[in-house]
Design a protein around this ligand. Structure first.
Ligand code: ZN
Length: 452
C-alpha cells in the first residue's frame, strides 16, 4: 500500500464497501444459480443408481440393466441357505440376514452420494464391513458373482457367527463357498472347477502352478501362519482356498475338518493350533498329502482318488517284496525302506486301463510314448522317495517303465504311481505289480539307466 492512498481512508472505505456488496451480490446470484443445479445433480445421481432387491440382498448399482447384473440378488438368495447348511445354522438365525451391496462402475459417483465412506481402505476388487459390501464391476459375469459371494460369506460369518477365524480360514472359506456353478437358476457351491473356462478371472490354480514351477510350494503350516495383511497380495487367496478345498475333499481329513466350524462358532483364539491338534499324530501324513496335492494340482483334481495310500507295515522284511499298485489311485507310499547308498532294482508287470472312452485304452508299465503328461509318457510307472529327514515332502518322480536300476541317494520310503493326471483317475482300472530288489553299493555301469 502507498503513502498517497494511506492519507485518504475515506475513499478506501468506499472501495471496500463496494467490493463487499458486489461480492455479496455475486455470491447471492451464484447461490441462486447453483442451488437448483445441485438439486438437479442429486436427482440425476439417484436416477443413476438402481436398487435391486432380493430376499437376502439389497444391491445398489450404477450399472445399466443387464441379465448378469440383475440376477445377482437371485444368486445371493440361492447361496444363503447353502451357507447356512454348511455352518449348521437353524433358519431363524439367518432368515433376516440381508446385507447391502454396492456394485460400482464409477466410484466417484458413489463417494459423492455418501455411499463409500472416506475411511474405506483401498481395495482392488471387493470389500466387506459390518454387513456392507463394495464391489467393482468385473470383466466376467462369473467373477462378478464370485466376488459378491466371497464378500457375502464374510458378512455371513461376521454377522451370524460372530467370527471369521484366522486369515487363512476367513479367506479360504470365503473362496471355497464362493466358487460356484450357476446353471438355469440353480446354484452349486464349493465346486471342483474342471477347466479355467468354467471360472474366468478366478486364477487361483494358475498361481499355485506358478509356485510349483518356481519351487515355492507352501506347507499347510505356512498357510496357517498368514498374518492379517497377507491377503493384500493375491497369492495368499490361492493358498487359502487350496487348504480349505483340500481338507473338504480328502476322504481321511474331511470329518476332522468339521471341527473348524466349532472353533469358528467359539471364536477360538488358537483356532489353527487346535485344528492341527485334532489330527494328532497324523499331522505329518496330512502335510505329506498336502505337499503332493499342491505339487500336482490341476483343474478337476480328484482329491479322493489321488489321496496317498500308505501301505501297512510288512510282517517281516522280505528279500524281494512285491507291491500291487492300482491304476485308479494316486501315490502308494510303500512300507519298503530304502537306505542311502543302496541300489534298488524295480521290475514291473501288468496291463491296466487309462481311459474307458471312446474305447478302452490299455497300457503297460513303459506307458504310452505318443502321449505325455508332465513331461513323461502317459501311464508309465513312476517312483519317488519320502525322505526320513523330510517326511512331509516327496522327491521328484523318476520314470521306471518296465525295469529300472536306481540309486535314490536318500534314506526313506519308496513311493510308486502310474503317470496320469490326478483329474482323470476315475476311468482307470487294473493293477500293476512291482518287484523290488535291493542291493548294497553302486549300480553296475551296464545296468545304469532305464530299461523300457
Ligand atoms: Zn475376503
Amino acid at each position: 500500500m502507498g503513502m498517497n492512498e494511506a492519507r485518504k481512508p475515506g475513499r478506501w472505505w468506499l472501495v471496500l464497501s463496494f467490493v463487499y456488496w458486489s461480492s455479496a451480490t455475486v455470491a447471492l446470484l451464484l447461490f441462486w444459480d447453483l442451488f437448483p443445479k445441485q438439486a438437479r445433480a442429486a436427482e440425476q445421481d439417484s436416477a443413476a443408481f438402481r436398487t435391486l432387491a432380493g430376499k437376502h440382498l439389497e444391491l445398489v448399482t450404477d450399472l445399466p440393466p443387464a441379465a448378469e447384473t440383475d440376477e445377482l440378488p437371485a444368486v445371493f438368495d440361492a447361496a444363503v441357505p447353502l451357507w447356512a447348511a454348511y455352518f449348521g445354522l437353524p433358519r431363524e438365525q439367518w432368515q433376516s440376514f440381508r446385507p447391502r451391496a454396492f456394485l460400482i462402475k464409477d466410484a466417484k459417483r458413489f463417494r459423492q452420494a455418501g455411499l463409500m465412506p472416506d475411511d474405506l481402505p483401498p481395495f482392488p476388487t471387493g470389500f466387506q464391513r459390518n454387513g456392507r459390501i463394495w464391489l467393482y464391476e468385473q470383466p466376467a459375469a462369473y467373477y462378478q458373482r464370485h466376488l459378491l459371494l466371497h464378500e457375502g460369506v464374510h458378512a455371513f460369518c461376521e454377522q451370524l457367527l460372530g467370527h471369521s477365524g484366522p486369515p487363512w480360514y476367513a479367506e479360504g472359506i470365503a473362496e471355497f463357498l464362493a466358487l460356484h456353478r450357476w446353471v438355469d437358476g440353480k446354484l452349486q457351491i464349493g465346486i471342483n472347477p474342471l477347466a479355467p473356462e468354467e471360472v474366468p478371472f478366478w486364477g487361483r490354480i494358475k498361481l499355485i502352478r506358478q509356485a510349483q514351477q518356481s519351487g515355492q510350494l507352501l506347507s499347510l503350516a505356512d498357510v496357517m501362519r498368514f498374518g492379517p495383511d497377507a491377503h493384500r497380495q493375491v497369492e495368499p487367496y490361492a493358498w487359502s482356498w487350496a487348504a480349505v478345498f483340500f481338507f473338504e475333499n480328502h476322504p481321511d481329513y474331511r470329518d476332522t475338518f468339521g471341527f473348524s466350524r466349532q472353533l469358528l462358532a467359539q471364536g477360538a483364539e488358537d483356532f489353527s493350533a487346535q485344528l492341527r491338534q485334532r489330527y494328532g499324530s497324523n499331522w505329518e501324513q496330512v502335510e505329506l498329502n498336502w505337499f503332493v496335492f499342491v505339487r500336482e494340482l490341476e483343474f478337476g483334481y480328484d482329491v479322493a482318488r489321488a489321496a496317498l495310500r500308505f501301505e501297512p507295515p510288512r510282517a517281516q522284511e522280505e528279500k524281494t517284496p512285491v507291491v500291487t499298485l492300482r491304476a485308479d489311485q494316486g501315490w502308494l507310499v510303500t512300507s519298503i525302506p530304502i537306505e542311502k547308498g543302496e541300489t534298488v532294482r524295480l521290475t514291473a508287470e501288468g496291463r491296466y486301463q487309462l481311459a474307458e472312452r471312446p474305447a478302452i485304452w490299455w497300457c503297460e508299465p513303459p506307458g504310452v510314448t505318443l502321449h505325455y503328461y508332465r513331461g513323461k509318457p502317459l501311464g508309465v510307472l513312476l517312483a519317488a522317495i519320502v525322505p526320513d529327514d523330510r517326511p512331509t515332502t516327496m522327491t521328484d518322480p523318476i520314470q521306471v517303465g518296465r525295469r529300472l536300476e536306481w540309486a535314490p541317494g536318500q534314506t526313506g520310503r519308496l513311493c510308486l504311481k502310474i503317470n496320469d493326471s490326478p483329474a482323470l483317475l476315475a476311468d482307470n482300472a487294473g493293477t500293476i505289480r512291482v518287484r523290488v530288489e535291493k542291493s548294497p553299493g553302486a549300480i553296475s555301469p551296464k545296468d545304469r539307466g532305464m530299461h523300457p
